[in-house]
Every structure is written in structure tokens, then in C-alpha cells.
Design a protein around this ligand. Structure first.
Ligand code: NDP
Length: 449
């Protein structure tokens, strides 16, 4: 096992996020490898950590002043053992090969957990959509797709949105794909409703995350009713996590962006959330502006000199990190535990550092890893692909009910796998083992390819 970690560190020494994601999976599937020597003999670990294909390309584009910029584009086609590559596209200045490889690696196991036939991939660019005009964003998306189109397709690789890529960007990407490929197919998910999108797709990651948390609580004879919840982020996942928390009687008291966070002791109700949706999705403003409308809330500016995030230092029952990777460190985890948080359910991908996860597990905090609890987004993307293939649109209730069933099934699968391997109640172990087994057994069935 150690060999694998040493191998990837030696091969790609600077990819620290990728090392982190691999280490977590490899450590938790150790008992599976001990029980099944054929996985070692068939070099399954060596194969699963190596992407099937990495595509890296130049994305030149012109700004409104006529100046030329060059960004870097990526698509990681990680594993296609159980279906076409599937995973989002991220536009954020922090994007690099390490971040996308960690996301693609996580995606492989997440997609396996959904019960749908989807392999794992991820892509993106170091382009920052913040502060860009509508036309600049459009030109960038078009240039990005001018290269990507030859590597994707409805039965090959089906990208979706992620940080910085929402319905607007998916529209521009789809338009250029359609023009270049001369076909109208479900090559992307997260499309708008009028041209092949699915109802509930925008809501799916956040709703699914809260459905998962509700299942965790139900397993302890509890509900979300009346629970105080800390939510980070203010984008797609955070907005719909907050919405479903309100629906189920919980009270979300925080939201954030990279500039800072708001704390609203009275709770963020439906009206306040509508304001945030308009602020973030239409005006593309900062979360600080929440106080212009609701001055009773408190705004705290992000402070990079602190070694903790004060958002996680409020009394609460549950925490839903929905912004980005490694946003909860060891100190944050200690603060959460001290402030009586009993459940941490990840909406973002890998938001807790390994040290933070150890603290949750040591303190018996109910902890759901993102690859299980945020799988609702990709699950409904899978349902969007199914609807596109049938040229049908399912009603909202049908998609929502399928989403609930899938989240319930993922919850059950995690607990079952964890119990089978002697770690009852450990969702991290359960998610990794169940996802791993499905993928590696499919790889073995398909021979050395
Ligand atoms: P959005 O772009 O809609 O929102 C991201 C939010 O997180 C924004 O509020 C953003 O603030 C904040 N954020 C991003 N990067 C940082 C950073 N480095 N530091 C502090 N805050 C940051 O993205 P999504 O809501 O779609 O994605 C959020 C998380 O959920 C990501 O980890 C993503 O991979 C994961 N996820 C998303 C899915 C989806 O369906 N969209 C599916 C599964 C997982 P600011 O605007 O200031 O940058």
C-alpha cells in the first residue's frame, strides 16, 4: 500500500491534493486488498491511480479591449470501467493538474455509488470568470470547447458544471459543441430546461446532501427539525443545501464566499435565500451585500492570517461545507466539536483535511464524505442523460423522488460496506470500499486495458 503512495509521490511530486485523495482511499480499502489477493496480483491500485487519459490544451481568447489572453484547459479521463467519463468542469484561478486529478479520482468512486453507469472524469481551466463581461465569458467558453469537442461525446465523456461553471457557461459550451460536431446530443449535463436539461438538476447536489444528512440522522432516530446548521459557500451547492434545510425545518445561519461570511442568528429563511440567489446568480455580487438588505446579520471578512475559519466557530448542531477543498482544517474541526456540532455532511468535494476527519471520527461526530453525500448532483446528471437518450422530460416530482431513492441507497450501501468490514457507522470507509469494489471488479472483468 505504501508503495503506491510512494510511487505517485515520486511520479508527480507536486500534486498534493491528488496524493491526499489517493491516500484516503488506499488506506480505507486496505482490508479489501487483504481479503482479495487477486487485486494485488492484477495491479489494480497501480492502474486505478493512473488516469486513462489526460488532455491539456491552450485556450486563447480576446477580452473586450482587444487584448489576447491564454489560459490552460484540462480534461482528465480517469476511469471508464462502468460507463462514459462523467464529471464537472471547473473554472477557477486555482485550477491545476493536481486539483483536477483529485476531483477526477473522487468522481470515479462517487459515480459508482450512484448505481448509474458512469465512469469518472473532471476538467476545467485556470480562467477566472469573476469580473469578466458576459461576452468575455462566452468567448472563453467557445475557445475552450473548440479543443474539448474532439474528446467528448454522449457515449464517450459527458462533462457538467462545477465551481465557476453554471447554466450560463454550460449554454455557451453546448452551443459551440453543437456547431462543431453538427449534432444535438446530450454531450453536457446541467443544460437549461428548454434544450435538454432536467428538472431538479440545479437543486440536486444540495438537496441530495440534505437528504443524505436526514438519512444519517434517521439512523439515530433523529430529524433535521429545529437543527442549527452552518453552511459555507454561496454558490449552487450552498444555495440548494440551504433551501432543503429550510424545507425540512432546520435553520441555516451562515453562508460565505471567498471574501468572507455572514452569520444570521435568526436563520436564513426562504425570502433571504431568494435575495442571495439573485445576488449571486444574477447580479454576481458578494455575500457581504446580504447586510444591505438584512443589517441584523453580521459579516466577517476572510482573514488569511488566521489559522482557522471563524465560520466554523459558532454553536450549531450540523455543518455543511459547500465551498471548496480543504476548507475545514484540524483547528476548525476542533472548534466544530467544541461547539456541539454532531453531524458534518460534505456538499463540496474533499472540504475536510485528513486531520479534520480524524477529529470527527475520534469524537464520534457523524461524518459523511462528499463522494457519498454530494453524489446527488451527478446522479441527476445521469438521469438527465437517460432523459436525453429517450428524448423525454420527467416531471419534477419524479426526478426528485428518484434523487431521494438514490441518496437513500447510497446511505444504505455505505453503512452495509462499513459493517461488512468491521467499521460500523463509518461512512468514509463504507463509501470508499463500496465504490472501489464496483469499479475494480468491472476492471477485472474487462481484462488488462
Ligand atoms: P459555485 O461556483 O456555484 O460556488 C462556489 C462557492 O464556493 C462560491 O461561494 C465561492 O466563492 C466559494 N469558493 C470557491 N472557491 C473558494 C476558495 N478557494 N475559498 C473560499 N471560497 C471559495 O460552485 P458549486 O456550488 O457548484 O461547487 C461548490 C463545491 O461543491 C465544490 O467543491 C464542487 O466541486 C462541489 N460539487 C459541486 C457539484 C455541482 O453539482 N455543482 C456536484 C458535486 C460537488 P467565490 O464566488 O468568492 O469564489
Amino acid at each position: 500500500m505504501l508503495d503506491i503512495l510512494q510511487m505517485i509521490r515520486a511520479k508527480d511530486p507536486v500534486e498534493k491534493e491528488f496524493h491526499q485523495a489517493v491516500k484516503e482511499v488506499v488506506e480505507t480499502v486496505k482490508p479489501v486488498l487483504e481479503r482479495n489477493p487477486q487485486y494485488r496480483n492484477m495491479a489494480i491500485l497501480e492502474r486505478i491511480v493512473e488516469p486513462e487519459r489526460v488532455i491539456m490544451f491552450r485556450v486563447p481568447w480576446m477580452d473586450d479591449q482587444g487584448q489576447i489572453h491564454v489560459n490552460r484547459g484540462f480534461r482528465i479521463q480517469m476511469n471508464s470501467a462502468i460507463g462514459p467519463y462523467k464529471g464537472g468542469i471547473r473554472f477557477h484561478p486555482s485550477v491545476n493538474l493536481s486539483i483536477l486529478k483529485f476531483l477526477a479520482f473522487e468522481q470515479v468512486f462517487k459515480n459508482a455509488l450512484t448505481t448509474l453507469a458512469m465512469g469518472g472524469g473532471k476538467g476545467g481551466s485556470d480562467f477566472d470568470p469573476k469580473g469578466k463581461s458576459e461576452n468575455e465569458v462566452m468567448r472563453f467558453c467557445q475557445s475552450f470547447m473548440m479543443e474539448l469537442f474532439r474528446h467528448v461525446g454522449p457515449d464517450t465523456d459527458v462533462p457538467a458544471g462545477d465551481i465557476g461553471v453554471g447554466a450560463r457557461e454550460i449554454g455557451y459550451l453546448f452551443g459551440m459543441y453543437k456547431k462543431l460536431a453538427n449534432e444535438f446530443t446530450g454531450v453536457l449535463t446541467g443544460k437549461s430546461l428548454g434544450w435538454g436539461g432536467s428538472l431538479i438538476r440545479p437543486e440536486a447536489t444540495g438537496y441530495g446532501c440534505v437528504y443524505f444528512a436526514a438519512e444519517m440522522l434517521a439512523a439515530q432516530n433523529q430529524t433535521l427539525q429545529g437543527k442549527r446548521c452552518l453552511v459555507s459557500g454561496a454558490g449552487n451547492v450552498a444555495q440548494f443545501t440551504t433551501e432543503k434545510l429550510i424545507d425540512l425545518g432546520a435553520k441555516a445561519v451562515t453562508l460565505s464566499d471567498s471574501s468572507g461570511y455572514i452569520y444570521d442568528a435568526e436563520g436564513i429563511d426562504k425570502n433571504k435565500l431568494d435575495f442571495v440567489k439573485k445576488l449571486k446568480n444574477i447580479r454576481r455580487g458578494r455575500i457581504k451585500e446580504y447586510l444591505d438588505k438584512y443589517p441584523e446579520a453580521v459579516y466577517t471578512e476572510a482573514d488569511s492570517t488566521l489559522d482557522y475559519n471563524p465560520l466554523w466557530n459558532h454553536k450549531a448542531d450540523c455543518a455543511f461545507p459547500c465551498a471548496t477543498q480543504n476548507e475545514i482544517n484540524e483547528k476548525d474541526a476542533r472548534n466544530l466539536v467544541r461547539n456541539s456540532v454532531k453531524l458534518v455532511c460534505e456538499g463540496a468535494n474533499m472540504p475536510s483535511t485528513p486531520e479534520a476527519i480524524d477529529i470527527f471520527l475520534d469524537h464520534k461526530t457523524m461524518y459523511a464524505p462528499g463522494k457519498a453525500s454530494n453524489a446527488g448532483g451527478v446522479a441527476v446528471s445521469g438521469l438527465e442523460m437517460a432523459q436525453n437518450s429517450m428524448r423525454l422530460n420527467w416531471p419534477r416530482e419524479e426526478v426528485d423522488s428518484r434523487l431521494r431513492i438514490i441518496m437513500k441507497s447510497i446511505h444504505h450501501t455505505c453503512l452495509e460496506a462499513a459493517a461488512e468490514y468491521g467499521m460500523p457507522g463509518n461512512y468514509l470507509v463504507g463509501a470508499n470500499i463500496a465504490g472501489f469494489l464496483k469499479v475494480v471488479n468491472s476492471m477485472l472483468d474487462q481484462g488488462l486495458v
